[in-house]
Design a protein around this ligand. Sequence first.
Ligand code: F3S
Length: 656
Amino acid sequence: MQILLAERHGFCHGVTRAVNLARTAAAGEKNVYTVGPLIHNPQMLERLKDEGVRCVSSLDDVEAGTVIVRSHGEGPGFFRKLKERDLQAVDATCENVKRVQKAARSMVEQGLRLVVAGERQHPEVAAILEWSDPNGITLKTPEEAAMLPKGEKLGIVVQTTFSVEVLRDIIKKLDTSGLEYELADTVCPATRLRQEAARDLAEKVDVMIVIGGRNSANTKHLAELCQESICRVYAVETADEIRPEWFSAHDRVGITAGASTPDWIIEEVKQRMENMDEVMEAKNERLEQGTILAGKVVGINKDLVFVDVGQKAEGFITLAELAWPAPMDAHDAVAMGQLLNVLVLEAETEEGSVKLSKVQADRLLAWDKLEEALQEKHSFEAVVTSAVKGGLSISIFGIRGFIPASHVDIAFIEDLAPYAGKTLEVLPIEIDREKQKAIFSRRAILEKLRRESETTAIGNLAAGQVIRGEVKRLASFGAFVDVGGIEGLVHVSEMAWYRVKDPAELLKVGDAVEVQVLNVDSETRKVSLGMKQLLQDPWLSAVADFAEGTTVPGKVTRTSKFGAFIELTPGVEGLAHISELSDKRVATAEEVVHVGQKLPVKVLSIDPGSKRISLSVIKAKEDADRKDFEQYLEAPTSLSATIGDKLGHLFKNTKE
Ligand code: F3S
């Protein structure tokens, strides 16, 4: 076996610096803390704990001492709290992370709409947003890139450990979507080189071992990259997880490791691999019925396949043990040089050979895989063989599985026949090897995806934002509109400035609409949207023709116990309070006005917020009288005109 180490692997300089700073701090004093794990490697964290670096979940758990700010940085709120609490801080924020924070801030200062390519929940991304624009948008996929808002220039920065491949696809999507953007490619150079080295090595080997913490995002990206080549890929946290049956005697094995994997774990894995030849030899010497081995196809004839399993004598597989259903010709099932897992059926036949089974080895390994997947909540792709009573029958690693109808999709599907022949991603929900029972759910995956995309979408929404969406459903009380991964409600009262009785009057499913975000509740995941806010309010336009203190003609539209409603122009009416209807004391409005009556009214006040206009009939009349009086005073007197002629009506009113 040949073992090759990727050119770049393991601790990056940012992680090395953070670990060294924490160790130095712990050597000098007792109370050294990190809020959250310093790195994504449980074994290393244990060592640091032994050295006195304690990991707590919140700053509130720290009474006194020194806090190490982790390499992916923290937001201003964290630093403020450190100061308020008078805690010592050792800032281990990686220089590359600071570079992203600065780039993001500069984008915002230039007036660009901030977009961070990365995971919103990742502490690095959360801190970038907190330093620059908490309402910045985040995205993880090219599909999300296509949903970015048009009409404003975007400023894009990238999480340091983001996948270089996915970023390339996102850029392609941005360019084809006609979006205007400025990009700061802030993927950390160490990440880029590590990913390239892993991909190059995976092209050259039969098996790739990726070492790193299960929670480490960059280790996960490395494994995904390696899986794009044809080699077999195994992700492990420690050397103990490595199993001899993953290898055959002639394999070329590559090793890479994530940024949080310490050298000593990589060394342990390497040593175990170097001893693997001996382990396999010893295993071969003890070759027993029921053992599963890795082998290489070294000969094929019509009825038999010969496999090198590291024994002096070759093993053989009959057609019935090669595949299910058995092929007519072994050439149809395997190729020369192909690597297989095989079960030893007979350690030594009469002819001195080893009888092997591929079908049974695959089946046993499949149950192992399914049991592990159930524990680890891993999903798989499976082919639907047929729609059966109550659900779908699927084939997964050669095992027959079942998806109950209620687990096929989020909404219940009546007709399952169209699913036959399709490949679906499924999650095991019940695995019982004894009873040969394997139950799967697709709904669980769809719900998880929906939750994730809702969380990202909610994080990207803020009240006041104007966004494009697609109408998904109509209800009597409004329309549900998809705004980038979450459905928000446009209540019927928020659709137009006039009264809409039925949302279908304005919208239909599939319509693209522009909406304004009115409210976002991230706890209940409820988003309220409005359409009318983007339209000119006709009331405001109409009311612009009226000014406070002016007298205008009006028409009584209705009366009530507290006054009369008077229309100034269609769609705009005000209230003349009963005390403003007459200078005499009246019990009801009807005593002095009637519906349909036209009369001048004085505009006392206009409140655009509540859309209320206060009117007065008395004051309009008083103004008119005052005007008459002023005209009289200004007019030249003549012998024939007396005060009675000019203002007699005023005295008449007073007398009455
Ligand atoms: Fe820094 Fe890159 Fe490592 S950002 S912490 S050098 S992966």
